[in-house]
Write a protein that binds this ligand. Structure first.
Ligand SMILES: Cc1cc2nc3c(=O)[nH]c(=O)nc-3n(C[C@H](O)[C@H](O)[C@H](O)COP(=O)(O)OP(=O)(O)OC[C@H]3O[C@@H](n4cnc5c(N)ncnc54)[C@H](O)[C@@H]3O)c2cc1C
Length: 440
């Protein structure tokens, strides 16, 4: 076979505004996808459906490979001789492996920044170091002229595929239960755009006022589509009426998640604040199980943990449940991070680690350590009528709102009484925290 261009899909499972696909398609090209090996069950199901959608648009020519990236590329190069490789950067290990392969084999690598608004290597503070805080990072981004012109469609006629025994046409070994849950979202490129347009026409103007109320469904729910690149932030900005909005700020939090991961890869496993290495987490298994199952006796926490079983959780409730696990149940943030990783369709290494460390107070730019979310006050403020709580904690449907807001008074044999006392455990947390501060 003559020389071909190779497009390697990763976090860019779309055909629109895809520069790697567009430029590769100027001559005969083959699209491939390499299955990630570290992926949670929920996101794997999303991936399965997203890849199926993408493959249809590529006339069934997408080849999916499992295994070691260098071996796969060497195998393809051997079968058909790669001319050039094209990728949209995901800023992950796979990018590095592809770069090394191209270097060793003298193959031209064409890389584009199309999954994020900014390239993390290019955003530095005045003293040329990376930003440690969101506020100055946001300020810097706000001053940039962001590119919002869109790339043209690829040339379909140049698609080719090789017949080999390694490549397959579907993601393997998915949980069918999760595939069913993911299919309710319709994880396609078209649906991502429909969702965006619906959000802009019906929710964008009230987003600032309503985004913290989980019962209102007033956020975009674009996060899984964004994570897998079925839509990119560039396409979102193209449609936004203006950038002066909290919605734009949230998109920049997503940039910051990728940025912090790029500059501090240890964020996935280590406390970014080393003081916390001495913190004595209790990691009580009974409490952890109750938290995971949504049976803590704190209605807003339980509602959130049960919503998570659908593959998603509202941002405000993610903060409440994460604070409860770390600061009331005194559990290491990594345990919660892994549970979210397994159960979220939008599970994202940068965003998940950044946000868990933000809530736990162990990260670089964090909620103040002394601030411990009070799940009772949070419920009163953000779910005053208990609409969200009753949607997921169905045992409480007939319980008066005043009791739900003071769960120590709920007399319902079907519902767990609170497993801890908020104020008492908060105090234990604060004492432990002041201890590590004294010793450092
Ligand atoms: C403990 C914890 C864990 C989290 N884990 C993840 C995760 O694994 N993946 C993930 O995408 N988000 C994560 N988030 C951030 C946030 O909760 C979700 O991005 C948001 O709930 C997605 O809903 P949405 O698309 O309706 O958001 P919208 O409010 O519509 O926001 C638009 C987009 O901005 C981005 N965004 C919004 N909030 C944040 C944020 N705080 N940090 C980073 N990006 C943000 C998302 O891409 C989102 O789709 C986490 C938050 C917490 C507190």
């Amino acid at each position: 076979m003559s020389k071909i261009n190779l497009v390697i899909f990763n976090k860019d499972l779309r055909i629109a505004d895809n520069p790697a696909l567009f430029f590769a398609s100027q001559s005969p090209f083959m699209p491939i996808f390499i299955e990630p090996n570290n992926i949670g069950a929920a996101s794997k199901a999303w991936l399965y459906l997203a890849i199926t959608d993408l493959n249809k648009k590529l006339n069934g020519n997408l080849k999916i490979y499992s295994g070691n990236c260098e071996d796969i590329l060497a195998y393809i190069h051997n079968s058909c001789t790669i001319n050039e490789i094209f990728i949209n950067k995901s800023y992950d290990r796979q990018d590095e492996l592809i770069k090394d392969f191209c270097h060793t084999n003298n193959i031209l690598l064409n890389q584009y920044n199309s999954n994020y608004l900014t390239d993390p290597s290019e955003i530095l503070s005045n003293n040329s170091s990376s930003f440690k805080l969101f506020a100055p990072f946001f300020k810097k981004i706000s001053k940039l002229e962001l590119k919002i012109d869109l790339c043209q469609q690829f040339i379909k006629n140049n698609l080719v595929s090789i017949n080999d025994s390694l490549g397959h046409d579907k993601i393997r070994k998915c949980s069918m239960d999760w595939v069913h849950k993911a299919s309710l979202w319709n994880p396609t490129e078209l649906q991502a755009h429909k969702r965006l347009l619906n959000f802009i026409s019906t929710k964008f103007n009230s987003y600032d006022m309503e985004r913290d109320y989980p019962s209102l469904e007033s956020t975009s729910k674009l996060s899984p589509y964004l994570h897998f690149g079925q839509i990119n932030p560039n396409q979102i900005l193209h449609h936004l009426p203006h950038l002066n909005s909290s919605f734009f700020k949230e998109l920049i939090w997503r940039e910051f998640g990728n940025y912090v991961l790029y500059h501090n890869p240890q964020i996935v496993s280590e406390n970014l604040k080393a003081t916390f290495n001495a913190f004595e987490w209790e990691n009580n298994e009974i409490y952890i199980k109750a938290w995971m199952e949504g049976k803590t006796g704190f209605p807003i926490v339980d509602a959130g943990m049960r919503e998570l079983q659908t593959g998603f959780m509202h941002n405000r409730v993610r903060m409440i449940t994460a604070s409860f696990l770390t600061k009331n149940l005194l559990t290491h943030w990594k345990i919660g991070e892994r549970w979210f990783w397994e159960n979220l369709f939008d599970a994202d290494l940068g965003n998940n680690s950044l946000n868990w460390q933000w809530v736990a107070g162990t990260g670089i730019d964090t909620m103040p350590q002394f601030r411990v979310f009070n799940p009772l006050l949070q419920a009163q403020k953000f779910d005053p009528e208990c609409t969200y709580i009753k949607r997921y904690v169905t045992e409480l449907v007939d319980v008066p709102i005043s009791n739900i807001h003071n769960p120590y008074t709920i007399k319902n044999i079907l519902y767990q009484s609170p497993i801890v006392n908020h104020l008492a455990t908060k105090q234990v947390y604060l004492n432990k925290y002041s201890q590590i501060r004294k010793n450092n």
